[in-house]
Write a protein that binds this ligand. Structure first.
Ligand code: GAP
Length: 458
């Protein structure tokens, strides 16, 4: 296995090259918040688009929704979040820092001991027996474990003193479940069918975020597959493979992934598994696939009083469908894409080239138009105007051509089109490939079909 990449270098590159900035930067930032810059927003949008294309556009019986972030608070009673969506936290009584007990155990044992299936008492005993000290001040002076609520609360109401608590949704999934009947009836959907959504979720995470790996505001890309009980396990296995194939098709190396079955299942779950990616911080969850049985729809039936049943039009069988959930964080996938793409190459002249080998379909810019000299800019702008009708393009005329290539390599632009004096003579340009650095000459008319073919994601 190759060396893990250096996360700090990736964070620095992201800031310097307009991919991702610390949130509220001029105020000294705010823990676990990040802003996507002009280059990063293109990358993340392309990732979301590739996911939507693969799982919504190219599959039949998948329906998209965009549900409200603020939902009736009863939703969170039904889902179980108000009662139990919390992390086991311990405070260091010396330096007042707060930590997740399970993280303390896993970091102390360097990942060899999993606290996933431990009770709070077992975690406290492990921490005491192994004298695990505060990672911040080095003292051993812990409070007992307390459950720390992860849902952000806000309030709604116009009359002073009569405000109702509402929550920022901690997952997008409930927006899909509460619309089960609306989608099924309006689209005349037949089981098996799926509801998909991409949207923001919020969690009061106080543990170190590791850049955009864990943030308090993030986007999820989720698919709830509604099916018959007898078909659920096969669908669960299918989605494990589909989820893996999606990232492999984005150009990831197969040995950077592994399946991780959950050791502790929720009482209603029949199976649950993560796909883990080898991040610079080690093997960590990229996405989850969960067999949730009839739990979600049954709970919404109970709490809303509305029957969540499906009537099979052929057999006349009436039942509450099972759910197979596939959930992946758009930001977490963006981080994995950044880590996978980052490369430092030593060139023949001994210089180091930093290059992002993004799959062309998700590269922030598809092509950069570079006039060799400033007096070629009129022609170059003409080519830019033509290409930018089809692709997200860059235009750069500042500095030596070598420096301009390096800048495009750093943001992963797959093609650089150079306008030179021959262009004025015969309407041809050079097009340089980011990965091989090879250049070929094409007529301007050939550019769009050439680039179009090379950036497809199938
Ligand atoms: N509806 C199921 C659900 O929310 P989850 O495992 O809690 O399941 C699904 O979250 C995915 O969302 C994770 O695999 C991860 O990719 C992403 N995710 C969860 N918490 C996150 C956070 N704090 N920051 C960034 N991404 C997060």
């Amino acid at each position: 296995m190759e060396m893990l990449k250096n996360l700090d270098k990736i964070v620095n590159l992201c800031k310097a090259r307009g991919l991702i900035f610390p949130g509220s930067d001029i105020y000294g930032g705010m823990g676990n918040t990040w802003d996507y810059g002009p280059v990063g927003v293109e990358l993340k949008n392309n990732i979301k688009h590739a996911w939507w294309k693969r799982f919504v556009q190219e599959q039949s019986n998948v329906y998209g929704v965009d549900a409200a972030i603020l939902m009736n608070p009863r939703v969170w009673d039904a889902s179980g979040h108000t009662a139990s969506f919390s992390d086991p936290k311990m405070d260091c009584k010396s330096c007042k820092q707060r930590f997740r007990a399970d993280n303390l155990i896993e970091e102390h044992s360097k990942g060899k001991v999993s606290a996933e299936a431990m009770t709070n008492e077992e975690m406290e005993a492990y921490i005491a027996d192994n004298k695990i000290k505060c990672p911040h001040c080095g003292n051993f002076n812990w409070s007992p474990i307390r459950q720390f609520k992860l849902m952000f609360e806000t309030s709604r109401g116009t009359v002073e003193g009569e405000k109702d608590v509402v929550y920022l949704r901690p997952e997008t999934a409930q927006g899909e479940f509460v619309n089960f009947l609306n989608v099924q009836r309006s689209m005349r959907a037949k089981v098996p069918f799926s509801i998909a959504q991409i949207g923001k979720a919020f969690r009061n995470e106080i543990t170190p975020g590791n850049f955009i790996f864990r943030t308090i505001e993030f986007e999820q890309m989720e698919l709830q597959n509604f099916c018959k009980e007898d078909d659920a396990m096969a669908l669960y296995d299918t989605y494990k493979q589909k989820a893996l194939q999606f990232v492999l098709d984005l150009g990831f190396k197969p040995d950077h992934f592994r399946f991780h079955d959950h050791e502790k299942l929720a009482h209603y779950a029949k199976a649950a598994c993560d796909i883990q990616y080898l991040f610079p911080i080690g093997w960590e969850e990229l996405n989850g696939i969960h067999h949730r049985s009839t739990w979600d729809l049954s709970r919404h039936q109970e709490y809303s009083g509305k029957p969540m049943t499906y009537l099979d039009p052929i057999t006349n069988e009436k039942y509450i469908p099972n759910v197979i959930e596939y959930s992946i964080g758009a930001d977490r996938l963006t981080l994995a894409v950044l880590c996978e793409a980052y490369d430092e190459e030593t060139l023949e002249n001994g210089e180091t080239r930093v290059v992002m080998h993004f799959h062309p379909a998700i590269a922030p810019f598809k092509v950069a138009v570079l006039p060799l000299q400033k007096n070629l800019s009129d022609k170059a702008k003409e080519v830019y105007a033509m290409l930018s009708k089809e692709f997200r393009c860059e235009y750069d005329e500042a500095g030596s051509i070598g420096k301009r290539y390096r800048r495009e390599d750093e943001i992963g632009t797959p093609f650089c089109v150079t306008i030179d004096f021959d262009t004025l003579e015969n309407n041809t340009v050079t097009i340089r490939d980011r990965d091989t650095m090879e250049q070929i000459r094409l007529s301007i008319d050939e550019l769009i079909p050439y680039i179009d073919k090379r950036i497809k994601f199938n």
